[in-house]
Design a protein around this ligand. Structure first.
Ligand code: C2E
Ligand code: MG
Ligand code: MG
Ligand code: MG
Length: 294
């Protein structure tokens, strides 16, 4: 009896392993053809500067609509793209598409805005990213001062010397550097201070409970990060801001920039252009509503 049950459990386990790895293999095979099949798109999420109420930057977020698997979230396919090395080609597509969109927006009168692009470990450390970025900036006519690269802490810790050298190159040509998901890794500000970074993005996990009664830990972490970033001359962005309470808290503690559903979800290029164009008229009422709720 026990033996049979054991074998049954074992079989179920291997079967689910098989179906997992089959799905992964299927995704990888489809992803290989995603660029040529024109299945990739970027969504754009605006960021609001609290000091002047303006939208100065937009983050580009990759979307994959697979003909075989439907809409696949980045959290599923980015790791596969990393492991298989495809992230280098995909990342180059993302950079070019983001810069093309920005130059398109500029032609439509939106000249004072930057674009933030996520960069993975393999892209930074195992490809010639500096030359790729230079080439794409040249081809699209985007000013380096209008491009920000987002990297996570773990990428910067993995091969610190190479990462530092590459970041220095980007800063020399005028490209900004943000540390994404800050607070979830193991790096310290003391370490990051030695890297030529310009922006810290506080992870959504610390923002979620801000402004709720009883939250003291996340509030303490957030205010400390804001204060330290300020003293180091870094720009601070709060990620995943969804409520007026969170906004009020962040404003009170002088966070520089907010990004999240409270302002807007990621949008298609056209919608994002319209959103940014229309923001000055909507700003007053959005802020009043937030002040009443928050
Ligand atoms: P991330 O760079 O930290 O991006 C923020 C994620 O939070 C995005 O998820 C965004 O849609 C989501 N988000 C924004 N505001 C809110 C909010 O108020 N509430 C909630 N619940 N979520 C919010 P998304 O687009 O699914 O991307 C997930 C991650 O995938 C990104 O995290 C980034 O690490 C990675 N990723 C996305 N696009 C690219 C890319 O082009 N290249 C690379 N290497 N990674 C990418
Ligand atoms: Mg990001
Ligand atoms: Mg993030
Ligand atoms: Mg994240």
């Amino acid at each position: 009896q026990a033996k049979a049950a054991g074998r049954h459990t074992f079989m179920r386990y291997t079967e689910s392993m098989d179906s997992n790895s089959r799905r992964r293999a299927g995704l990888v095979a489809s992803l290989r053809r995603a660029i040529e099949r024109d299945e990739l798109r970027l969504a754009y999420q605006p960021q609001l500067s609290l000091a002047d109420g303006r939208i100065r930057c937009v983050e580009a977020l990759l979307r994959w609509h697979s003909s075989e698997h439907g809409e696949v979230p980045p959290a599923q396919f980015i790791p596969l793209a990393e492991e298989s090395g495809m992230i280098v080609a995909i990342g180059e597509w993302v950079l070019r598409e983001a810069c093309n969109t920005l130059s398109d927006w500029q032609r439509q009168g939106l000249d004072d805005i930057s674009i933030a692009v996520n960069v993975s470990a393999t892209q930074l450390l195992h490809s010639d990213l500096p030359r790729t970025v230079e080439r794409i900036l040249r081809e699209t006519g985007v000013d380096p001062g209008q491009l920000e690269l987002e990297l996570t802490e773990s990428v910067l810790m993995a091969k610190a010397d190479l990462a530092a050298e590459r970041l220095q190159f980007f800063r020399r040509i005028g490209v900004s550097i943000a540390v994404d998901d800050f607070g979830t890794g193991y790096s310290s500000l003391a370490y990051l201070r030695r890297l030529p970074i310009t922006t810290l993005k506080i992870d959504k996990a610390f923002i979620d409970d801000l402004g709720r009664p009883g939250d003291t830990e996340d509030a303490a972490i957030t205010t400390t990060v804001i204060a330290m970033a300020r003293s180091l001359g870094l720009n601070v962005v709060a990620e995943g801001v969804e409520t007026a309470e969170q906004l009020a808290f962040l404003r009170q503690h002088r966070c520089d920039v907010v990004q999240g559903y409270w302002l807007s979800p990621p949008l298609q290029a056209r919608q994002c252009l319209e959103f940014v164009h229309g923001w000055p008229e909507r700003e007053g009422s959005a802020m009043r509503a937030a002040a009443e709720e928050g």
